[in-house]
Design a protein around this ligand. Structure first.
Ligand SMILES: Nc1nc2c(ncn2[C@@H]2O[C@H](COP(=O)(O)OP(=O)(O)OP(=O)(O)O)[C@@H](O)[C@H]2O)c(=O)[nH]1
Ligand SMILES: [Mg+2]
Length: 496
């Protein structure tokens, strides 16, 4: 179901047709490479290569926030190791391929194949298995036949703030977009250590409250709204997800025996069961007619929230089986909402996000070159050349779309307090759709649309200047520029 949802919704620019912005970055890199020294040219070529690669999404967040569990739910397999305490020690790239396999990439760039562990999981201690030192391993590449990975590489990372990585660098720096998994206690400081794409405002970032079943009676809905208000400027709105239930539902982990055990529990003494469901330890030690091992397994698959949900379902319908239970778990997990957001905010904008990452990489390269030139006193002007190329790219009109996406994310996070009509207008305008849909006038012709764009441009310009607070003025400026751009596009044909 999850895979189908991911596949059915077409992206604006699938990886097979690199979009116009990525093409522009590649053209700039190709023109630049012969005009700089060999090491700089290599770095420029690497930026171009990333533009031609499948777009990527880095999954980042504090230790034990539920990242790997969500990765499993997204790819439809229990392949990433999960568990209490610090679990993911290495960055792992999940990519689409013709067969399941694991490759270990060493810091010298070489690749070594390694068998997946029993059940298709990524094994622990890969360095030991290969006979290399742990510090010689750079990252893992896990190739899967999962259609959910079509046109999007998913990068699982070790938790930020991990004791094992005091420098805070967890991989995925060059990814194009980010899925940020937050705990209920997240504070702005947690965001400072997030990798590349999540460090530059909310465009291209999808934030979730992980393990949402553990934070209150409403599966984290109120808390997610509150987190969005507090952190939305950086990550946009926050969606609550119960990754564990999503993982169990979509990976085929729940078996007929598990449902059988649940059915027996559903018929147990209600008073005993009610108390047992208050706490994991009580559940495994209470006097219940199911073996402890079966109960421990149910807890691992469902935790207390999923158990309560399954028991309620079986009490209402004793004939319910694995299929019905998985449907109910999936519905409660919030995975569909997350997949929808990933489609709208990441997949449909792959060209824009990847090209932005490319421009950012070029700007960072320029800075590094300029610093090195100042240090060495070489004055070769290479830093300036690369910086000029990055700046020329960034001036392209189409990049204003990023500002609009960031503005929309802030709006939806509830940190601006705008009337709902305006909120909807901005939301439509930021959609990956033709101009008539974006302007809320489906089917209208270019003349009518151009007139509308001009009127709304004027309105937003005025809205932004009537003594509005700074944040509203910034938003109005972005919306105004977007309408002007649409007007220009709609009238370009007529002027010719
Ligand atoms: N109740 C509940 N438990 C969850 C959920 N998601 C993950 N867990 C559990 O939380 C623990 C940590 O989950 P992981 O997916 O390993 O978290 P992580 O963020 O990848 O952790 P690190 O890799 O160590 O940073 C595991 O025991 C999971 O089973 C959830 O939605 N609900
Ligand atoms: Mg992990």
């Amino acid at each position: 179901m999850c895979e189908r949802a991911l596949r059915d919704r077409p992206g604006a620019y699938p990886a097979t047709t690199v979009g116009p912005l990525r093409n522009a970055v590649v053209a700039t890199c190709r023109a630049l490479a012969p005009r700089v020294s060999l090491p700089t040219a290599d770095a420029v070529d690497a930026v171009a290569a990333r533009m031609l690669a499948t777009p990527s999404l880095v999954v980042a967040g504090p230790v034990s926030s539920g990242k790997s569990t969500l990765v499993n739910a997204l790819v439809g397999r229990r392949v990433a190791p999960t568990g209490a305490g610090e679990c993911t020690g290495l960055t792992a790239h999940y990519v689409r391929g013709p067969a399941d396999r694991l490759d270990v990439v060493l810091v010298d760039g070489s690749r070594r194949p390694l068998p997946l562990a029993a059940g298709g999981r990524v094994p622990a201690a890969v360095g030991d298995r290969l006979g290399v030192r742990p510090e010689d391993v750079d990252h893992l590449v896990v190739t899967l036949t999962s259609a959910a990975l079509d046109d999007l590489t998913v990068i699982d990372t070790p938790g930020t703030g991990s004791a094992r990585r005091p420098d805070g660098v967890a991989g995925g720096q060059h990814a194009d977009a980010a899925l940020v998994v937050l705990p209920s206690t997240a504070h702005p400081g947690d965001l400072d250590v997030l990798p590349g794409p999540a460090a530059h405002g909310p465009a291209g970032v999808v934030a979730v409250l992980g393990r949402a079943d553990t934070v209150g009676p409403d599966d984290g809905h109120d808390l997610a709204v509150e987190l969005g208000r507090r952190l939305g400027d950086r990550v946009g709105p926050v969606t609550p997800v119960i990754g564990l239930l999503a993982e169990t539902a979509v990976t085929g982990a729940l078996r007929t025996e598990d449902v059988g055990a649940l059915r027996v529990l559903a018929g147990a003494e209600p008073a005993v069961l009610e108390v047992a469901l208050l706490d994991a330890e009580l559940f495994t030690t209470a006097d219940l007619p199911v073996p402890v091992e079966a109960r421990t397994r149910l807890l691992e698959l469902l935790d207390l929230r999923g158990l309560a949900l399954g028991l309620a379902l079986l009490r209402a319908d004793a004939a319910a089986g694995v299929g019905e239970l998985c449907d109910a778990l999936l519905a409660a997990s919030g995975l569909a909402t997350l997949v929808g957001r990933l489609q709208d905010e990441v997949r449909a904008r792959a060209d824009l996000h990847a090209a932005t990452a490319g421009v950012r990489d070029l700007a960072a390269l320029a800075e590094a070159r300029t610093r090195a030139e100042a240090r060495d006193g070489t004055g070769a002007g290479e830093g300036t050349r690369v910086a000029d190329a990055a700046a020329a790219l960034a001036r392209r009109d189409a990049f204003t779309e990023r500002a609009l996406l960031a503005a929309r994310a802030r709006l939806w996070a509830g940190s601006l307090g705008l009337p709902v009509e305006l909120l909807e207008e901005v939301d439509h305008l930021a959609a990956a759709a033709p101009p008539d849909v974006r302007m809320g006038r489906p089917g209208a012709g270019p003349v009518e649309l151009a007139g509308h764009a001009a009127r709304r441009a004027a309105w937003w310009r005025a809205y932004g200047t009537w003594g509005s607070p700074r944040r509203i003025a910034d938003l109005a400026h972005v919306v105004h520029r977007t309408y002007v751009r649409l007007w220009r596009e709609l009238t370009a044909g007529r002027a010719a």
